[in-house]
Ligand binder design. Structure first.
Ligand code: NAD
Ligand code: ZN
Length: 387
């Protein structure tokens, strides 16, 4: 080998730990769970900054007092820096890139370093935005996510992605960054409005259809109890969904989505288009319910998914309290542009996940647009026909 044209291709692995905890009341009886996650480095007490979704802060006025009380009781474990920060809740926090700059200013003013912790409490949107700021500050500060929506507890909280929207495109700017830990605390869900409570279960249905037929049957059976917030029905579904997502990320061989297929994005090509088309009036989980319904009906038209199972999926989503029709679903020409945007976001050729049966997935690279239009029409009609 000559020195002038030297070439080295060396495989290497980066050790990562993904920590997921389930608690009932994190700032009450389960405090130790959080304390155990805050590791000191040497004799230095770690610096910790809290960020809270403003809607959560408003709905839970005692939360900041509880956090402060928790810090005062454990001065040897961590050093709460400055005020508890709040940021806009919902998609608004992802739609204004300047908010990221403000977050970075706060992180800088607090002198956080790579061994400090940012603890973020909020819905998936706030977790994404604060997670992005934490990932780029000093090239990565330890991030503890405390999701406060069913969607974020069942799905995005355990993810390794974070991003905000740019150029009116979802998640256009962001990074992959493994959180230090995720704590799914049941108490956080108490103040969640019904609409957002129901939202998250579309992702639980999605992952069960991809990976676990028995779990789909359980969600189907308990759908109305879940909709009515019976926590004995809800708890196992969130746990199983988070676990399936976590397994996919840690054992699926492609945590940073370098390969073509992104099975967890089943139903998402249209969901990601419907959100900006409706000016984010449709929530992510609502859009995913529609997207899962459309791709399931399409699977039944083109890929042999049993028709009666497609009906079960649509009924299950409806029984969970999710609406499968929206005026945007009727703007089919614009909606179908979502296929090309989905391809662009991934790069390379179009790869979609479809289902030949519940619990088994395939990758497809072509879409029969006339059948896709049929599937969209079928889903749009479904709500008006069903009881
Ligand atoms: N990073 C990922 O892998 C990933 C995966 C899926 C979705 N996402 C993103 O997550 C976002 C959607 O997240 P979401 O469904 O959690 O909704 P959200 O964050 O938009 O929250 C919904 C609303 O509920 C409020 N809220 C949240 N928790 C509350 C509580 N406990 N009490 C009262 N109000 C509360 C929020 O402020 C907001 O107004 C989207 O931006 C989506 O793109 C990210
Ligand atoms: Zn999603």
């Amino acid at each position: 080998m000559s020195e002038e044209n030297a070439t080295f291709d060396i495989d290497f692995q980066v050790p990562c730990v993904h920590r997921l905890r389930f608690t009932q009341d994190l700032f009450g009886k389960d405090q130790d769970v959080l304390l155990d996650l805050l590791q000191s480095s040497g004799d230095q007490v770690p610096r910790v900054q809290f960020w809270v979704d403003e809607h959560v802060a408003r709905a839970q006025p005692n939360l900041s007092m509880r956090i402060r009380g928790f810090a005062q009781q454990h001065p040897d474990n961590f050093n709460l820096i400055g005020n508890i920060q709040t940021c806009p809740g919902g998609e608004a926090v992802k739609n204004d890139i300047h908010i990221i700059e403000r977050m970075l200013k706060c992180i800088n003013a607090a002198d956080l370093d790579r061994r400090s912790y940012i603890i973020v409490i909020g819905g998936g949107a706030v977790l994404d935005a604060v997670g992005f700021a934490a990932a780029i500050a000093h090239r990565g500060i330890r991030l503890i996510r405390i999701p406060t929506t069913t969607l974020a507890q069942a799905d995005s909280g355990v993810g390794v992605k974070n991003s905000v929207n740019l150029f009116t495109k979802k998640n256009w700017v962001g990074t992959f960054h493994v959180p230090w830990a995720v704590v799914n605390d049941e108490e956080m869900l108490v103040t969640l409005p019904d609409r957002d409570f129901r939202n998250g279960f579309s992702e639980a249905v999605k992952v069960s259809l991809l990976k676990d037929a028995d779990e789909f049957a359980r969600i189907e059976k308990n759908a109305t109890k879940i909709r009515d917030r019976d926590m004995d029905a809800v708890r196992p579904v969130i746990l199983r969904s988070a676990q399936l997502h976590l397994q996919h990320i840690t054992a699926g061989g492609d945590p940073f989505e370098a390969l073509e297929a992104r099975p967890l994005d089943y139903g998402h090509w249209s969901a990601h288009k419907l959100e900006p088309m409706t000016d984010f009036e449709l929530r992510h989980g609502e859009a995913v319910a529609i997207g899962v319904a459309v791709d399931t009906v399409y699977s039944s038209l083109v890929h042999g998914f049993p028709k009666e199972d497609a009906e079960r999926v649509l009924n299950c989503l409806r029984n969970l309290g999710l609406t499968l029709d929206h005026p945007a679903l009727h703007q089919t020409e614009e909606l179908l542009n979502g296929l090309e945007e989905f391809r662009q976001h991934l790069g390379g050729r179009l790869t979609l996940t479809m289902l030949p049966e519940i619990g088994r997935k395939i990758d497809v690279h072509e879409v029969d647009k006339s059948q896709m239009l049929k599937a969209i029409e079928y889903v749009a009609e479904f709500m008006s026909q069903s009881v």
